[in-house]
Design a binder for this molecule. Structure first.
Ligand code: ZN
Length: 56
């Protein structure tokens, strides 16, 4: 099974990062590589197919 990830643009620092799905498969979790702000995106029922997100 391929490892799932999404691309996130961290507006706080204007940087991109990949964040990976957690081991339970319930959410993507990661952090800004510069300021270490943490983010989570839930994997919804019906599931979003979006692969790109922005956080502020
Ligand atoms: Zn940041």
């Amino acid at each position: 099974m391929e490892k799932k990830f999404i691309s996130v643009l961290f507006r706080c620092c204007q940087v991109y990062n990949r964040i990976y799905i957690n081991k339970e498969g319930t959410a993507y979790a990661g952090r800004c590589p510069k300021c270490l702000k943490s983010v989570r995106f839930k994997v919804g029922e019906g599931g979003t197919d979006a692969r790109f997100f922005e956080v502020y």
